[in-house]
Design a protein around this ligand. Structure first.
Ligand code: SF4
Length: 363
């Protein structure tokens, strides 16, 4: 697309946006805190899923200060079910930094914003352009696909020359004023019209500027991702109870469910002979520092994590005391939780399912 087309491109896009903008709770207030929370929640998560979480989050933590002062368990409990829990941890850390370094006021300089935990180029551009109307580009899943099709760029869009060219284009098309609005219009066009499968080119307000539409390449750009073949595994989680309390472990930093609590859980290669699965017991001892012995099966459930198809066997467990293996220190924080606490503390999705089914109670 030639630079002399940008004015007409923007006019057509904004005319479409005036009638088709998505109504989203974080758009009603141009508050950088709202934009920030919504953008973090929207990473890897659909807008539809985020809406309910966003409302609850903002109601509980209406300001950056209130988020910084909350303990991480309370924040994680509100995040429960959204996935990618590291986002939540970084959001909480960044709120504390904003209070410590900027007096609780969201910074307005790109460099300062990008120095905060969990905020990269895209998120900073979204917050600063939408909340402060700064002329900064954005490139997320919707605009990445849209721009790649507009320019007919193939290959790996996330790296190298293709990615550099897409960022350049995202910056070039911004007007001197109204960049926040234009960025939102581009995201909505990508989400509603230039969809991943079967883009609605006949309804597209900028079809006249689209190289892919001219060359009939919409179905080829972006190139479809190669799907990894699934891997099947069995994991065992134990219900270990003592004096009415249940043993839980907290997933350590760097893990998928970092910060959330779970029943003691490990992989088993001998699901039909759990009582003799010493490798399973060693894994559990490494996690908890305790010798845990699997007993009868309570129930099982299936779930998927990335390429893994997991069968989770939930079993009674006995605590036979400290593991007695000094070289096996407990990797995870552990706690004994009452039935009431199980409702309050943040659990990962499978542990929550088990609690909701009532399997935390003595049957
Ligand atoms: Fe996307 Fe089609 Fe519009 Fe091109 S014409 S931007 S492929 S919807």
């Amino acid at each position: 697309m030639q630079p002399n087309s940008f004015v007409l491109f923007r006019r057509r896009l904004l005319r479409w946006y005036a009638h088709n903008a998505r109504s989203l709770p974080w758009r009603d207030v141009a508050d950088p805190y709202y934009v920030w929370v919504s953008e973090i929640m929207l990473q890897q998560t659909t807008t539809q899923t985020v809406q309910g979480y966003f409302d609850r989050f903002i109601k509980t933590f209406p300001t950056i200060q209130s988020l910084a002062e909350a303990d991480l368990d309370t924040v994680n409990r509100l995040w429960e079910g959204l996935g990618y829990y590291r986002r939540c941890d970084l959001l909480h850390k960044a709120a504390s930094e904003i209070v410590a370094r900027f007096g609780g006021v969201f910074p307005e300089h790109d460099e300062d914003v990008r120095s905060l935990p969990g905020i990269g180029r895209y998120t900073a551009g979204a917050i600063l352009s939408i909340a402060f109307d700064q002329r900064l580009p954005i490139l997320e899943a919707n605009t990445l696909r849209l721009h790649a099709r507009l320019l007919a760029i193939r290959g790996d869009l996330l790296r190298g020359e293709a990615n550099t060219r897409l960022w350049e284009f995202a910056a070039e098309i911004l007007p001197r004023r109204g960049s926040g609005k234009l960025n939102q219009a581009l995201m909505d066009l990508g989400s509603l019209v230039c969809t991943p499968k079967s883009p609605k080119c006949m309804e597209c307000p900028v079809a006249a500027f689209c190289e892919s539409a001219k060359q009939g390449l919409q179905g080829e750009i972006p190139s479809p991702k190669r799907k990894e073949p699934p891997e099947y595994r069995t994991e065992v989680a134990l219900r270990v109870r003592k004096r009415g309390k249940t043993l839980l472990v907290r997933s350590p930093e760097g893990e998928r469910w970092a910060g959330l609590w779970d029943f003691p859980r490990a992989e088993s290669e001998l699901p039909l002979m759990l009582a003799t699965d010493t490798a399973l017991q060693e894994r559990l001892a490494k996690l908890t520092g305790r010798k845990l012995i699997p007993g009868r099966l309570i129930c099982s459930l299936k779930h998927s994590v990335t390429k893994y198809r997991i069968t989770l066997l939930f079993c009674e467990g006995t605590d036979a005391g400290q593991s007695g293996q000094p070289h096996l220190g407990a990797l995870c924080e552990t706690r004994w939780a009452t039935a009431a606490e199980l409702q309050e503390i943040p659990l990962n999705s499978t542990a929550r399912k088990l609690v909701q089914r009532g399997v935390d109670r003595r049957s």
